[in-house]
Design a protein around this ligand. Structure first.
Ligand code: PEP
Ligand code: MG
Length: 482
């Protein structure tokens, strides 16, 4: 956004007219935000918040402090940040040394800002409701990012309970960290790969340090977001290569561009959509812009000649889409002219319920399935992932969602590996059921890798299979947990 010449010129003109830089900048940013506000499409109009967030960041630098927390806390102990919502950019920029936890009135656990907070190991409670914004500064808050519990001004015995829980968790974390490099094998000898989901080479380094067996998902869109033009082949190659180098020979799973939905791209002329999550996103968008896909596949193929690369396509709904995508991949391999890279594997993300139910049709054309439970859950339960009003509905442990996972595992057979890379994979209870259904790879936020490995070690795969079978006929998510 800061490369936008109109915005910069507007601020410059303000200064030329005698305004202070801060005033001129703030007015220019507000005018740009207001232009978004005025758009008829509510989804695009909501992007005004992103413009204001960037405007605020620059303003904070101009006035001499880049702090996200009020300055009176600057040297104090880490604090709990309470806010209406956070943009993914703000979530990614928070300093975990100063922010002990985040409480958001809005959002939901699978919104992208939540995913970024988790990737940085910041405990968070989302969708807490507008009343949290009334909590006065300096109030004591007890929260548990695992369960979503939040107690404002807790009684001393409640504080003691939370502190005990935190201490017990710290012990478990330490044990898990000590064993993080070892493979995750269930009590009865089933090996489950535990990978990391990353959005940058820095996160890939964190993933390896955390004990990841592989990177199960590279969200490549983070290279495409927040800029004025798409990265070219060389830039993409360098970025994917950096992830591969960080992994030191372990497999990386590159997901082709997954924008649209809650991740619009400023430089793609997309039509306004009433329901962006049901619109031109994932593979649909990639096939609508074949040059973009061709460049990305070429970059991936180049890296795949030097490192083990899995390539997967997001949001696949029909076999035709996969056939088109595979043709584009063949074209990229031909364009590079060195034959098929030896370690290249190809798969699809299973995020659309229809794709889960007809998984058998895809089996001859893939090496693996990676189930994106964030999207699969929102589509199966018709509950949008970023909408706090329906966050409680969007539960990946709903038996309806588990049946879709089961359908994929049954169809996959022996040859095709089934992975889960949605947030559910990091929940120990869900992980047990997923392993019971036949999932053999769990890919999670880097800080969660060691804990998930430890959870797998506690699983008895045979008992998990029996529990999973029972879960399929449970009456609802509470019954499944019970
Ligand atoms: C998912 O949908 O579960 C997933 C892993 O993809 P994303 O969260 O990036 O949509
Ligand atoms: Mg998804």
């Amino acid at each position: 956004m800061l490369d936008d010449p109109e915005l910069v010129e507007d601020a410059g003109a303000g200064i030329g007219n005698g305004a202070a830089a801060e005033r001129a900048w703030s007015d220019a940013a507000e005018r740009a935000a207001a232009a978004f506000d005025a758009l008829p499409d509510p989804y695009l109009a909501a992007r005004a918040a992103d413009v204001r967030a960037v405007g605020d960041q620059v303003l904070r630098v101009l006035v001499g402090g880049a702090a996200d927390i009020p300055d009176d806390h600057a040297d104090g102990p880490p604090a709990v940040l309470v806010a209406a919502d956070l943009t993914p950019a703000r979530a990614a920029a928070l300093d975990p040394a100063r922010v002990a936890a985040v409480v958001l009135a809005g959002g939901s656990p699978t919104a992208h800002s939540a995913i970024l907070l988790r990737a940085r190991g910041v405990p968070a409670v989302l969708g807490a409701g507008a009343q949290v914004l009334e909590v006065p500064d300096g109030t004591l808050i007890a929260l548990d990012g695992t369960t979503g519990e939040l107690v404002v001004d807790p009684a001393p015995d409640t504080v003691a309970v939370f502190r005990e829980r935190a201490a017990a968790q710290a012990v478990r974390d330490r044990e898990a960290r000590e064993r993080s490099a070892a493979p995750a094998v269930t009590r009865d000898g089933v090996t489950v790969l535990v990978g990391a989901n990353v959005g940058s080479p820095a996160e890939a380094t964190a993933a390896v340090a955390g004990g990841a067996d592989l990177v199960g998902l590279v969200r490549t869109e983070f290279l495409f977001l927040g800029r004025a033009a798409a990265p070219d082949v060389d830039e993409q190659e360098a970025a994917y290569r950096a992830v591969a180098i960080a992994l030191g020979g372990k497999r990386i799973t590159l997901r082709t561009l997954d924008v649209g939905g809650d991740k619009p791209l400023p430089y793609l002329p997309l039509p306004a959509e009433a329901n962006p999550f049901l619109g031109l996103r994932g593979i649909r968008l990639a096939t609508a812009f074949p040059d973009l896909l061709a460049d990305q596949l070429l970059a991936a193929v180049r890296v795949a000649h030097d490192a083990p690369v899995s390539l997967m396509f997001p949001m696949v709904t029909t076999l035709d889409e996969l056939v088109v995508a595979r043709r584009a991949l063949d074209a990229a391999i031909a364009r590079e002219g060195r034959g098929t890279p030896p370690g290249l594997e190809v798969g699809i993300m299973v995020e659309v319920p229809a794709a889960a139910l007809k998984a058998a049709a895809f089996v001859p054309h893939v090496d693996f399935f990676s189930i994106g439970t964030n999207d699969l859950t929102q589509y199966a339960l018709a509950a949008e992932r970023g909408n706090p009003a329906v966050a409680a509905l969007a539960d990946p442990l709903d038996p309806g969602v588990l049946r879709l996972v089961d359908a994929v595992c049954r169809a996959a057979g022996e040859r095709v590996l089934v992975a889960v890379c949605g947030e559910a994979a990091a929940d120990p209870l869900a992980a047990e059921l997923l392993v019971g259904l036949g999932v053999r790879e769990l890919s999670v936020a880097p800080p969660a890798v060691a804990g998930v490995k430890q959870a797998v070690r506690d699983v008895d795969a045979a008992r998990a299979a029996a529990r999973a079978t029972a879960a399929l006929t449970a009456s609802g998510p509470a019954d499944v947990r019970h």
